[in-house]
Design a protein around this ligand. Structure first.
Ligand SMILES: Cc1cc2nc3c(=O)[nH]c(=O)nc-3n(C[C@H](O)[C@H](O)[C@H](O)COP(=O)(O)OP(=O)(O)OC[C@H]3O[C@@H](n4cnc5c(N)ncnc54)[C@H](O)[C@@H]3O)c2cc1C
Length: 647
C-alpha cells in the first residue's frame, strides 16, 4: 500500500521552507541542459512554471488546449491577488495571511504549505511588477489594495477587474522569452490524453493534436500537471468552457491519489441562472463586496412583488431592507468568506425572500458606495464589472442593485501532493488549481492566483531539482518504449469505442444531466440519502453514456464533439468520486455542508476528532471501489477553533 508521506520538514513554522531549500539537492546548469520537463497547462500555474524552468536551463515542452497559451482560464480572473506586504499599514503580516487562510479553509489544509504560500506571496508581487503588470496604484503611486472575504485587512492587489488577464500577460511574456531562447517549446491545441509511466515513474504523455486529430507521444524526465480545476463537473459554473478534470483524472487512474474531491467552492456573487438553454455562468467579482452591500427585503410581501416584477429593488425603503450578512456577522459584514456568504443567501432565498422571478437571487447594492465615494471612484474600481453586468442583464448597476446568486466556481480538491508538490507517482508534480494543497475546505478570494504563481515561480523550480538531481545520467525518454505503445493503443481504443456507439443522446445532454444531479445532491447542501442517490444516478448515467451517446464527426480530424465527449466521460467518474468523498466526510467544513452536521444557527459543525485529515483516494479499477487513505492534519502553530466571523 502506498504510504502518504508529506515530507513536511521539522522545525519552527517560519523556518521550514528556508531549511528545506537548504537541504534539497540542486541540479548543475550543465546537467539542467540535458533534461526535459513536460508542463501541462499555460494558466498562471503552468505558464509561470514553464517560464521559470526554461529560464533555469531545462528543456521544457508546454501544452494547452487553447489556440494560444495566453487564453488559459486564468485570464478570466477578475478581483485580485493576495500578498502580505502590509502596504496599508493595517497590521498585516505573513502570519496573519497564513492564519486567515488556515481559518478560511476551516482547518482542513496542511499548515506548513499554507505558511510557505504566505511567505512567498510578497515575492510574487515584486516579480509581477518587474514584469510590468499594471497593478492599480494609490494617489502617491504606490500599489493599491482592497479587501477580500475572510480578512480584516486590505491585502488584495488588483488591476481593475482584470487581474488574471494582466498577470497572465506577464507570465506569457516570460514564457515567450524562454520560447525565443529555445528553452521552451510550446504546443498549443494539444490535449493530454494519458500519462506514461515507466518503471513506476512519470516519463511522458500521450496527446491529441486538436487541429488534425493525430495522436502523438512526448517523453521527458518529469511531468508537471497544471491543468486547472474540475468545477465544470457541475455543467453550469463560472469556469471557462474548456476547463476540465481529465488530465488529473488520467493521472489518478495511473496511480496518483485524488485528495478531498468533495471540496468544491460555491461563489456567492454570480449572475443568477436565467434559463434552461444556458451553458455558462458569469461571476461578479468578490471585490464588489468591498463596497457593495448585500440585502433582501425584510417583508415577504415585498419579496413577492419583486418576484412578480411589480416593483424594483430601488423602490424598497432603507428601513425595509435586511442586510443579512451585516446583521448575522457584524465583525466581517459583507466580507465573510464565500462559503458563509453563499449559505446565507440560500437560507434567505429558501425562506422566500429571493428577489427575482425564480426566487433565487439577492441584491448587491452600490447606492451607498456611490453616495459615499462618487460615481467616478466606483467606476475606477469596478467599471468593467459594471459594464459586463449591464451587457448581460440590460440593467445598469448604478441605478438598480445587481442581482446575484451562488454558483460553482473553484475546486479545492485535486491531486494529492507532498511538500515538494510531487504526487504519489514519482516524477509527476501537480501545481495550481490541479492540486489539493493549500485551501482546505474553502478557498479565500484572491488566493488562487497567489497559489498558482507561488507554485510556478517560487516553489516547483526548487523542489523539482531535488528529484531531477538523481536523473541527469538517464538518457532522454524513448517514446518507442512499450509503455508508450500501450498507452497510445489504449487512448485510440477509447476514442474508437466512443465514436462507434452512435447513440441518440448528445454529449451536452449527458453533461447537463450530470450537472443537475451534482447541484441537487452534491451542491450547497448535502446529506447521506442524497449522496447515496447521487452515486446511483451517476452510475446509471455513466452506463447510459457508454451505450447511447452520439459523438458527431470523425476521429482523425478536428472534432470538438469528440473533445467534449472524452471530458464528459471523465466528469461522470469525477462526479461519482466527489459524491463518495462527500458521503465519507460526515462533518460540515468550509464549502462542504452536511445537513446532518450543523449548529442551531445553521452554521457548519466540524468533527475534528474523526475527520481532521486529508482524504486521498486511490484508484483500484473501473468496477472496484477506490481505497481511502488518510493524511492526518496536525496543527502545531495555528490555534484550532470554531470559525467565528461575528465578533
Ligand atoms: C471568473 C473567475 C474569476 C476568478 N477570479 C479570481 C481572482 O480574482 N483571484 C483569484 O485568486 N482567483 C480567481 N479565480 C480562480 C483562478 O482564476 C483559478 O483558480 C486559476 O486561474 C487557475 O489557474 P491554473 O493555472 O491552475 O489553471 P487554469 O488557468 O485553469 O489553466 C489550465 C491550463 O491547462 C490546460 N489544460 C487543461 N487540460 C489539459 C489537457 N488535458 N491537455 C493539455 N492542456 C490542458 C488548459 O488549456 C489551460 O492552459 C477566478 C476564477 C474564475 C472562474
Amino acid at each position: 500500500m502506498t504510504e502518504l508521506i508529506s515530507k513536511v520538514p521539522e522545525g519552527p513554522l517560519e523556518l521550514k521552507w528556508s531549511k528545506h531549500k537548504a537541504d534539497i539537492k540542486v541540479v548543475s546548469p550543465a546537467n539542467k541542459r540535458k533534461m526535459e520537463i513536460i508542463v501541462i497547462g499555460t494558466g498562471l500555474g503552468g505558464a509561470s512554471a514553464a517560464a521559470s524552468l526554461g529560464e533555469l536551463g531545462y528543456n521544457v515542452k508546454v501544452f494547452c488546449i487553447s489556440d494560444s497559451p495566453r487564453r488559459a482560464h486564468s485570464i478570466a480572473a477578475q478581483g485580485g491577488i493576495n500578498a502580505a506586504k502590509n502596504y496599508q499599514n493595517d497590521n498585516d503580516s505573513i502570519y496573519r495571511l497564513f492564519y486567515d487562510t488556515i481559518k478560511g479553509g476551516d482547518y482542513r489544509s496542511r499548515e506548513a504549505n499554507v505558511y510557505r504560500l504566505a511567505e512567498v506571496s510578497n515575492n510574487i508581487i515584486d516579480q509581477c511588477v518587474a514584469q510590468g503588470v499594471p497593478f492599480a496604484r494609490d494617489y502617491g503611486g504606490l500599489l493599491d489594495n482592497r479587501s477580500f472575504g475572510g480578512a480584516q485587512v486590505s491585502r488584495t492587489f488588483y488591476a481593475r477587474g482584470q487581474t488574471g488577464q494582466q498577470l497572465l500577460l506577464g507570465a506569457y511574456a516570460a514564457l515567450n522569452r524562454a520560447v525565443a531562447n529555445g528553452k521552451v517549446k510550446s504546443y498549443p491545441r494539444h490535449e493530454m490524453l494519458d500519462l506514461v509511466i515507466i518503471n513506476g515513474e512519470a516519463k511522458g504523455i500521450i496527446a491529441r493534436n486538436l487541429t488534425n486529430g493525430k495522436i502523438e507521444r512526448f517523453g521527458a524526465h518529469a511531468v508537471v500537471l497544471a491543468s486547472g480545476g474540475y468545477g465544470n463537473t457541475y455543467f453550469l459554473s463560472t469556469n471557462a468552457m474548456n476547463s476540465n478534470g481529465s488530465a488529473a483524472w488520467q493521472c489518478y487512474k495511473k496511480g496518483a491519489f485524488f485528495a478531498n474531491p468533495c471540496f468544491a467552492q460555491i461563489h456567492p456573487t454570480c449572475i443568477p441562472i436565467h434559463g434552461d438553454q444556458q451553458s455558462k455562468l458569469t461571476l461578479m467579482s468578490e471585490s464588489l463586496r468591498n463596497d457593495g452591500r448585500i440585502w433582501v427585503p425584510k417583508k415577504l410581501e415585498d419579496a413577492k412583488k419583486l418576484q412578480e416584477g411589480k416593483i424594483k429593488g430601488s423602490q424598497i425603503p432603507e428601513e425595509d431592507r435586511d442586510y443579512y450578512l451585516e446583521r448575522r456577522y457584524p465583525a466581517f459584514g459583507n466580507l465573510v468568506p464565500r462559503d458563509v456568504a453563499s449559505r446565507a443567501a440560500k437560507e434567505r432565498c429558501d425562506a422566500g425572500y429571493g428577489v427575482n422571478n425564480t426566487g433565487k437571487a439577492v441584491f448587491l447594492d452600490f447606492k451607498d458606495a456611490i453616495k459615499r465615494l462618487g460615481k467616478d471612484v466606483v467606476d475606477a474600481r469596478y467599471g468593467n464589472l459594471f459594464d459586463m453586468y449591464k451587457e448581460i442583464t440590460d440593467v445598469d448597476p448604478h441605478d438598480e442593485p445587481m442581482m446575484i446568486y451562488p454558483a460553482i466556481h473553484y475546486t479545492m480538491g485535486g491531486l494529492w501532493v507532498d511538500y515538494n508538490l510531487m504526487t504519489t507517482i514519482p516524477g509527476l508534480y501537480a501545481i495550481g488549481e490541479a492540486n489539493f494543497s493549500d485551501h482546505g475546505g474553502n478557498r479565500l478570494g484572491a488566493s488562487a492566483l497567489m497559489q498558482g504563481l507561488a507554485d510556478g515561480y517560487f516553489i516547483l523550480p526548487y523542489t523539482i531539482g531535488d528529484y531531477l538531481a538523481s536523473k541527469f545520467k538517464e538518457p532522454k525518454t524513448d517514446t518507442n518504449a512499450p509503455e508508450f505503445e500501450a498507452a497510445e493503443k489504449a487512448v485510440e481504443e477509447k476514442i474508437d469505442r466512443l465514436m462507434s456507439i452512435k447513440g441518440k443522446k448528445t454529449v451536452d445532454a449527458f453533461h447537463k444531466e450530470l450537472g443537475h444531479i451534482m447541484w441537487e445532491y452534491v451542491g450547497m447542501a448535502r446529506n447521506e440519502a442524497g449522496l447515496k442517490k447521487a452515486i446511483e444516478l451517476i452510475q446509471n448515467l455513466k452506463k447510459e453514456f457508454w451505450s447511447n451517446v452520439y459523438v458527431a464527426g470523425e476521429t482523425g480530424v478536428f472534432n470538438q464533439e469528440l473533445e467534449k465527449a472524452l471530458r464528459v466521460a471523465d466528469f461522470l467518474e469525477i462526479g461519482e468520486l466527489m459524491a463518495r468523498d462527500a458521503l465519507n466526510r460526515n462533518e460540515s467544513c468550509g464549502g462542504h455542508f452536511r445537513e446532518e452536521m450543523q449548529t442551531e444557527e445553521g452554521e457548519t459543525k466540524r468533527d475534528d476528532v474523526n475527520y481532521m485529515y486529508v482524504a486521498a483516494w486511490e484508484y483500484k479499477g473501473d468496477d472496484k471501489q477506490p481505497e481511502l487513505h488518510k493524511e492526518p492534519l496536525k496543527f502545531e502553530f495555528a490555534h484550532v477553533a470554531t470559525r467565528n466571523y461575528k465578533d
